[in-house]
Ligand binder design. Structure first.
Ligand code: BGC
Length: 372
């Protein structure tokens, strides 16, 4: 069968032939892969600055944003059957007894760093025609979401963030109002989404859904499909080419929440200066190696303290975030069908994946589709 793999030592990314995997344990499932999304992490892996092959392998099969169809289940699997659509979680627990998070099933908060991530760190990914995995890590997707469910994994990033955000918002008196539920937490508050890539736009959709007055700030200028999506979901678009970061605050007023989804550390730092009093700044981008700058940490930290601000980093997602993402994707699709489909305008056959993974997508997000 075909798969796409990165070879860090020889610095190659290529289509490979592999034996089709077989179920060897009663708790496993076999999937025929349908769609695999390409994201910034895949680009970093394919430029050899991130990612680790499994122990004793000289290559890593990439792909972690996946949708598959169950073709076979092990004898102990009762909650899945052939034909079911599933999105796998990415991270698997570390082996250490001392890791309270992994032992409690919350490997997205792993304390040792010895977790594996399929397609990223120490375990092969899903950009292959078939995969075998443990059934407990599969998230069942309703059949009517077939065309869009590849967006579930990138959507889990905001789902995990939003859950933590709700907890954080309780610290401030007006938010303790019991009438404010997790579904309406943004009402009366302003959010700035930094970056109009797929993670940013899915974040903007999620923030709009819970009531945030949402601004997307990114480098693109009109005309651009990212700007069209922003407008369609009722958010405001501002281009960093037209409005520098030091004018953000004056232009849009106090910002209650920043959702960073670019992985550009300097820009992220500049925008932190625009965060309003009691504001919360959520970092989700994973910056690669970037230019060193001179900084003024005293002023930065003073502002954070004097304004009661929170800076929160968040990575990966657990089962609850996957469940929430599946439910929210359905809501987004009902509210803004064109915007959701526009995210995935670029579908590519696996034969072209190795070349296209490094290119800027012709649409907003590149999806490798096995059924083209
Ligand atoms: C993936 C996460 C992963 C993170 C860091 C992201 O692209 O969506 O699952 O934890 O990269 O490796």
């Amino acid at each position: 069968m075909k798969a796409v793999a990165v070879f860090p030592l020889s610095r190659e990314v290529k289509l490979i032939e592999q034996a089709e995997p077989v179920i060897t344990q009663p708790d496993q499932v076999k999937l025929r892969m349908l769609d695999v999304g390409i994201c910034g992490t895949d680009k970093e892996i394919c430029t050899f600055v991130y990612g680790t092959p499994p122990a004793h392998a000289d290559y890593l099969v990439i792909g972690h944003e996946a949708l598959g169809s169950v073709v076979e289940v092990g004898s102990a699997v009762t909650h899945l059957a052939p034909g079911d659509l599933v999105v796998p979680t990415v991270r698997r627990p570390c082996p250490h007894a001392r890791c309270r998070s992994c032992r409690a099933g919350h490997q997205d908060f792993c304390e040792t760093g010895d977790f594996t991530e399929r397609g990223i760190k120490g375990a092969h990914g899903y950009l292959a025609e078939f995969i075998v995995d443990e059934a407990q890590y599969m998230n069942l997707v309703p059949r009517h979401l077939r065309e869009i469910a590849v967006l579930v994994e990138p959507l889990t990033i905001i789902e995990k963030a939003e859950h933590q955000l709700y907890g954080l918002m309780q610290r401030r008196p007006p938010w303790i109002d019991p009438a404010v539920s997790e579904r309406t937490q943004g009402q009366g508050h302003k959010a700035l989404v930094l970056g109009a890539g797929p993670v940013g736009l899915l974040g903007a959709m999620a923030l709009r859904t819970v009531g945030f007055d949402t601004v997307v700030y990114s480098r693109e200028m009109e005309p651009d499909p990212r700007i069209a999506v922003t407008q369609e979901i009722g958010a405001t678009y501002l281009s960093s080419q037209a409005l520098p970061t030091d004018q953000l605050e004056t232009h849009i007023g106090p910002i209650d929440l920043v959702y960073e989804a670019v992985g550009h550390s300097l820009l992220a730092l500049e925008v932190l200066k625009a965060l309003g009093p009691n504001g919360i700044y959520i970092l989700t981008g994973v910056p690669g190696l970037q230019t060193l700058i001179e900084a003024d940490p005293a002023t930065l930290f003073r502002e954070i303290v004097l304004k009661n601000q929170v800076v929160l980093g968040t990575v990966n997602a657990g089962t609850q975030a996957f469940k929430a993402a599946i439910a929210d994707l359905d809501v987004f699709h009902q509210c803004w069908p064109r915007a959701v489909l526009a995210l995935m305008a670029d579908r590519i056959p696996i034969e072209q994946a190795a070349q296209r993974v490094l290119e800027r997508p012709t649409g907003i997000k590149s999806i490798i589709s096995f059924q083209l």
